[in-house]
Write a new protein. Structure first.
Lengths: 264, 373
């Protein structure tokens, strides 16, 4: 990002024109001052102001002539969000799958497309087979507990090797909603979805093996949800008796069938 | 001719736990393996023993406070972790860092890549049974760590980059010492290679083990040396150049046979390329400031940003979600290369002998601190 920002076009003419009418006033000022010495007149003040203005303008003009500062000495310019509904990738997706695109924007160079959760597998299949996004870089979720449309964002971040292009899909999932797994589209999604299930409690339908991965089997709660305490939970219910059932940890194991003796 | 009494021997699959406390698992990885004799029928990695909730902690801290915590993820390559975080933050805030800072970062990152690959070389070889490389590698890695210590005071958890540049200027004589190390390094790599590259036992243990075809590698999301070992020329430093990698001339080595031996060759060649990058950076090292003009309190805009760097293990990415004027990440997801590379382990070992499991874990070069976060 080399934002060596060109100055706004109005600046230069203002710097040139502004002082001119007032320098005339400044020239008259000494005569006026000689006539009425004791009180500092408005003209005097005006002259001073005009002189200061002229100096500032000259300085500014000198700065304008000077080479622009390198970007690391300028104040950083944060990226803007740009609506990108007419981006060729977005148009192709909208044509390929009906009602696939809800919104599209570009922020800091990343293209983000919001898609409906119900069609996620169709969309991913289309993007992989028709648009060449053969590599799923990352899959994760974001928790927005207050939001009305649905609590979670599930985020897919994919890569195409032909022109090294990346695309992000965002889909909104409500707390009790089940979303279809994309592990059948990209094998790599398997563990990523397990992690999202573990840390956020989002259930992925038709996942080959939806188990907890970072916490242990039977752990109570989903640590990356915003309402999960940062300091963690006690395995007993001593600290948060209202939020967590007694024992906190694993539920009692289901009764196992007696082990068969002998070998197969 | 079926025997009415059944087979002579019981053909029973045995299930054993490999780890979590085992020196060859590089940490606290547990692999549940089903064995038919010595052959692996099924392998299931079980992780999470080192889960510290780093991503949850990030949400409670200001942006600069997160950086020391990134050190603790891939603890043998702390500098690249810092770099990933800073690159992402600079993308989010629109900061351009001064060239001198970028060059210092690249030197540190490549030294770190060397150090990390030396740990991989040592442990991979020792797992397979060659103990000698370990002594050579750790001798030379210590010299690199000495340079880090001189620069920032720490040897492992470096905390050596800041959002907008680097925190310290180079100490007197550091450039000369770094150049001396870089100039001496290719000979040392040759020395390591004499121990393994043409070693018959090494070849027997690595050729044809853990083969991943290029298509499979993409399907499994492999990045870094495992992807390049499968013959795909892809490196974040070339594809999405960060800092000033676009001004540096270096090659991206790739493998042909997609096996453990090729991944070994790829990593050895990467070490040579890292030395080349360090030498070029030292030659070109510009004068000037080491920090960009960044505000004291960093406030982000609302948005989602993903930034990544080529860590020694693969693509290390940070996915940052922020709210308007926030000083903390609303969410900061780390895309750990080891976590995703490890996922391919079952496919790579099934059908091999149990001793090859150790070779494949070594060739993936995993670090559990990063997998479990």
């Amino acid at each position: 990002m080399t934002d060596e920002t060109p100055k706004p076009p109005e600046d230069a003419p203002v710097a040139d024109e502004n002082p001119k009418p007032e320098t005339g006033a400044a020239a008259d000022a000494p005569e006026m001052a000689a006539e009425a010495k004791p009180k500092p007149t408005d003209e005097e003040k005006a002259a001073k102001i005009a002189a200061a203005k002229a100096k500032a303008a000259a300085k500014k003009a000198a700065e304008d002539d000077a080479p622009p500062k390198p970007p690391w000495e300028e104040k950083p310019v944060p990226p803007e969000r740009i609506d990108s509904a007419d981006d060729p990738e977005v148009v192709a997706l909208a044509e390929g799958v009906d009602d696939a695109v809800l919104a599209a924007e570009r922020f800091a160079g990343d293209l983000t497309v919001t898609v409906p959760a119900a069609k996620i597998v169709d969309i991913c299949n289309f993007l992989k087979s028709e648009r060449g996004y053969s590599f799923l870089v990352d899959l994760t979720a974001v928790d927005w507990p207050e939001r009305e449309e649905g609590r979670f964002d599930v985020v897919y971040w994919m890569h195409r090797f032909e022109d090294e292009h990346r695309l992000r899909l965002v889909t909104v999932v409500a707390e009790d909603q089940v979303i279809e797994s994309v592990a059948g589209v990209w094998k790599v999604a398997d563990w990523m979805e397990r992690e999202v299930f573990d840390l956020y409690g989002i259930v992925f339908a038709n996942h080959p093996n939806l188990e907890r991965i970072l916490t242990w089997e039977g752990f109570n709660g989903h640590p990356l949800r915003k309402d999960f305490p940062v300091e963690g939970i006690d395995t007993g219910a001593a600290i948060y008796p209202d939020s967590f059932p007694e024992g906190g940890g694993p539920p009692p194991p289901p009764e196992k069938k007696p082990a068969k003796g002998g070998t197969k | 001719m079926s025997d009415p009494k059944g087979p002579l021997f019981d053909i029973e699959e045995m299930e054993i736990n490999f780890g979590p406390q085992h020196p060859a698992t590089h940490g606290v990885l547990r692999v549940k393996v089903k064995l038919d004799g010595e052959k692996i029928v099924e392998a299931k990695p079980i992780i999470g023993y080192l889960h510290r909730g780093t991503e949850k902690l990030f949400e409670t801290m200001d942006f600069p406070q997160c950086i020391p915590h990134t050190d603790r993820m891939d603890y043998v390559a702390a500098a690249t972790n810092n770099q990933g975080f800073c690159v992402t933050m600079e993308k989010l805030l629109g900061i351009t860092i001064p060239p001198r800072a970028a060059y210092i970062r690249m030197i540190l990152a490549e030294l770190q890549r060397l150090a990390s690959h030396l740990v991989w070389f040592a442990t991979h070889a020792i797992d397979i049974g060659a103990i000698t490389p370990f002594f050579y590698n750790f001798r030379d890695r210590d010299e690199i760590l000495d340079l880090f210590e001189e620069y920032c005071g720490a040897r492992l958890t470096l905390n050596t980059m800041k959002i907008g540049g680097v925190p310290y200027s180079l100490p007197d004589g550091w450039v000369d010492r770094c150049r001396a190390l870089a100039d001496a390094f290719p000979a040392k790599i040759d020395e390591y290679e004499t121990l393994l590259t043409d070693n018959r036992i090494w070849k027997n243990r690595t050729i044809g083990i853990g083969v991943v075809s290029p298509e499979e590698a993409i399907e499994w999301g492999l990045t870094g040396p495992p992807l390049r070992g499968s013959g795909i020329k892809w490196d974040i430093r070339k594809v999405f150049p960060y800092d000033r990698y676009d001004e540096i001339d270096f090659e991206v080595p790739i493998g042909v046979n997609c096996d453990t031996y090729d991944r070994y060759l790829v990593r050895v060649e990467e070490m040579r390329q890292s030395v080349r990058i360090i030498q070029q950076c030292l030659d070109k090292l510009p004068e000037g400031p080491i920090m960009a003009r960044a505000p004291k309190v960093l406030r982000a805009k609302e948005g989602m940003v993903y930034g990544s760097v080529e860590a020694p293990k693969g693509e290390l990415g940070y996915f940052m979600v922020t709210t308007e004027k926030s000083t903390k990440p609303y969410k900061c997801r780390v895309r750990p290369p080891s976590f995703i590379n490890l996922q391919a382990l079952p496919a790579m070992v099934e059908g091999h002998l149990v001793a090859d499991l150790v070779a494949v874990i070594g060739t993936l070069d995993i670090v559990l601190g990063e997998i479990d976060r």
